[in-house]
Design a protein around this ligand. Structure first.
Ligand code: SF4
Length: 683
């Protein structure tokens, strides 16, 4: 840190590369980064520094920046250093309208960042883009404590309109966008607890985003306390002279990992014992891994090294399964010695913003942990689901895990001392005590705890069998267009079902695949369909349990007939529309009869034409597959039939996918038509 871009001084004369970007935070800039920029200016380097001014040292836990510099001071300093091209990019550029900046600096709105970067990469000397935005995670924390302005606004994704393309994750890089598994496949939802409210996700190119002005996310009702049964005290390990007890807590930043470590060690202190504790949270501020190393002992001399060494842990509290299955946490486990409690919740990671199909490695993680600690020593518990449903807030998960471990007899501190430590912590005392108690109860009677947790949950009905899927989609297509359109789908599915039963007896998968993807193509989301999905009751049904209060809605759309192409990005910009959009959509939905006819004003776009072409091509492709279907090529047939899975999103996002799917189709159909190239199916 502080030497950003310095290597480029040496590399530049020996490479074809004409220009580079270097990232730097304001904390680094202040303590030493400005010297790297000075060196780059002295060397006349073609480099652009992207200076993030967010007001906190985000990488190491959100500390304040010492000797904080204002934007004006930074700009003056850079100007004095000889930087002759600068841009200031901000969420609120209007804040700077009366500032006196040098002529070498231009001010831009955040959405212009890409355009600014393209311009700066052609500049042949040192330039600086100052990106002004307070650290989003720190803002969220301060808001929870009432120390930062909390805009009366929330973003919501209408799951039925969402196509699961992942563009919102790409443009925002935000981990509050989580997968939502639905009857139509994987969609997106916004985790309102971890949302930083920077609203960059709304720029995702689709009509699924709605902003809620004035409403509050509805909190789940906590289960009544009286349902907590009396819990017997477990046999606990006792601390003995010369035998420290070592605990590793492994989780992610912002979920209270350090807090439960503090409660446990404070409990030990209350009982007159000694402890040491050290926390590692390099990237915790970004939802990264956090580990707390704790040692509890009867004397200070017994503690020894503060950090747990290889194989020394008596207990690992795995608040996050990925962090628990990581090399660092695994290294302190020893087979037969270490007990491991693992929260099985699939906590989304940063990779999901780049890979919309990312699957959580559930089985691999379980295998790794069992191989490190031994089968009887690893205890899996779905703490986040249970704590959220029982207590109304996922933040209770880690105390739940502590309670679970306590009741299994793995914590050498008494419950009275732990509860006293919870009180001394002074935050959410009843919630934390209840979480600890529900965790204990889960260890005694999981069936009962599960039953209480599931009482208030309305299960999403997802069609399971092939017949259910076909019936459900047929009904949807009738509403999408009409009975004749749905009958076309049904006829195709009947053919597939018969052919699979007679030509590939005993094999399955093709009918279900065609049921899903013929529907996906036929129900392409044009203007009429998006309007229908917002006004057929589903939108209100999904919004009602999520928000409460007197709120207004805003829609973020880019209707092709009413939006121009942005000359700088080459894409259509989204525009914000008020609640009047709902009645307008109601009207539009009723005009679905125009779809695909000469009177359809939307039907002439390249996107709509391709969507219609693809339906016919898919039907023809399925017919071709059925005519040559055998046991040997069944697997390839299923692969071909699932090609539309890759067709997701709207506008330019979908257009990109059209080309990819077409190329893959040509490849797979080549294999189909030349059977000698197809590897035989496994017996
Ligand atoms: S359609 Fe794509 S961009 Fe829109 S919410 Fe769904 S995943 Fe995000």
């Amino acid at each position: 840190m502080g030497g950003e871009g310095a290597m480029w001084i040496g590399q530049h004369p020996f490479t074809e590369e004409k220009h580079v970007f270097a990232n730097m935070g304001d904390g680094t800039y202040y303590h030493s980064g400005f010297m790297a920029i000075r060196a780059a200016v002295a060397a006349n380097l073609p480099i652009t520094y992207k200076l993030l001014v967010n007001g906190f040292v985000s990488m190491t836990g959100g500390q304040a920046i010492e000797g904080e510099l204002s934007i004006d001071q930074i700009v003056s300093e850079l100007d004095a250093e000889g930087v002759r091209k600068m841009a200031l990019v901000s969420d609120e550029p209007e804040k700077f309208s009366d500032h006196e900046f040098p002529n070498s600096l231009t001010v831009h709105e955040r959405t212009q960042l890409e355009v600014v970067q393209r311009d700066f990469r052609d500049y042949n000397n040192v330039s600086v883009i100052i990106y002004e935005q307070p650290c989003a995670t720190e803002r969220r924390r301060l808001r929870k404590r009432g120390q930062w302005h909390d805009p009366d606004k929330r973003a919501f994704i209408h799951p039925t309109v969402c196509e699961g393309c992942g563009d919102c994750g790409t443009v925002s890089n935000c981990m509050a966008i989580e997968p939502l598994e639905t009857e139509f496949g994987r969609k997106r939802q916004i985790n309102q607890s971890s949302c930083n409210k920077d609203f960059s996700c709304v720029e995702g190119f689709c009509p699924s985003f709605v902003t809620i002005l004035g409403g509050r996310p509805k909190r789940l009702e906590a289960a009544p306390r009286q349902l907590l049964a009396a819990i017997p005290e477990p046999d606990r390990p006792t601390l003995k002279p010369g035998e420290p007890y070592s605990v590793l807590i492994a989780g992610v930043g912002g979920t209270g990992v350090v807090t439960i470590g503090a409660m446990l060690t404070m409990g030990a202190h209350i009982e007159g014992n000694h402890f040491s504790s050290i926390d590692q949270f390099g990237m915790a501020q970004k939802g990264g891994a956090v580990t707390s190393h704790l040692r509890l002992a009867t004397t200070a001399e017994d503690i020894g090294a503060v950090k747990l060494n290889a194989g020394s842990a008596d207990l690992v509290l795995g608040c996050d399964s990925l962090v628990t299955g990581d090399d660092l946490a695994m290294s302190v486990m020893a087979e037969g010695k270490t007990d491991v409690i693992v929260n099985t919740h699939e906590q989304i990671t940063g990779h999901f913003t780049r890979d919309p199909d990312l699957k959580f490695p559930v089985d691999q993680l379980a295998d790794r942990l069992v191989s490190a600690a031994g089968k009887s020593k690893v205890h899996f518990v779905d703490a986040t689901r249970l704590a959220t449903r029982l207590l109304g807030d996922s933040i209770a998960s880690n105390l739940f895990i502590l309670g679970y471990a306590y009741q299994l007899g793995l914590i050498p501190v008494g419950s009275t001392a732990i509860e006293k430590a919870i009180e001394m912590n002074g935050v959410a005392i009843p919630l934390n005590k209840d979480a600890f108690a529900w965790g204990r109860q889960a260890a005694v009677n999981m069936e009962n705890v599960n039953e209480v947790a599931e009482r208030a949950v309305v299960a999403r009905e997802i069609p399971q069998s092939v017949d259910e899927i076909v019936a459900h989609r047929t009904q949807e297509l009738t509403a999408y267009q009409d009975a004749a359109y749905a009958a076309r789908y049904k006829t195709l599915l009947n053919k597939v079902k018969q052919a699979e039963a007679s030509n590939a007896q005993g094999m399955e998968g093709l009918t279900e695949t065609v049921a899903r993807y013929a529907y996906k193509l036929m129900a392409y989301k044009d203007e009429y369909e998006v309007a229908r999905l917002y006004t057929d009751g589903r939108f209100c049904n999904q919004l009602a349990p999520a928000f409460e209060g007197d709120f207004e809605l805003q829609f973020h759309l880019a209707p092709p007939l009413f939006t121009k192409i942005n000359p700088e990005t080459g894409l259509r910009d989204k525009t914000t529309y008020g609640a009047w959009m709902l009645p307008a959509m109601k009207l539009l939905a009723k005009m679905k009869g125009l779809r695909g006819t000469m009177l359809d004003p939307f039907g002439y776009s390249a996107e709509r034409k391709t969507e219609r072409r693809m339906i016919g091509e898919y039907e023809a492709m399925v017919e071709e597959i059925l005519s040559g279907l055998t046991h040997g090529n069944h697997a390839l047939a299923v692969e071909i039939a699932s090609l539309p899975e890759g067709l997701r999103g709207y506008g330019h996002v979908k257009e990109r996918h059209f080309a990819e799917v077409d190329a893959e189709k040509n490849h797979l159909m080549g294999l189909w038509r030349n059977p000698q190239q197809v590897a035989p199916a496994a017996e």
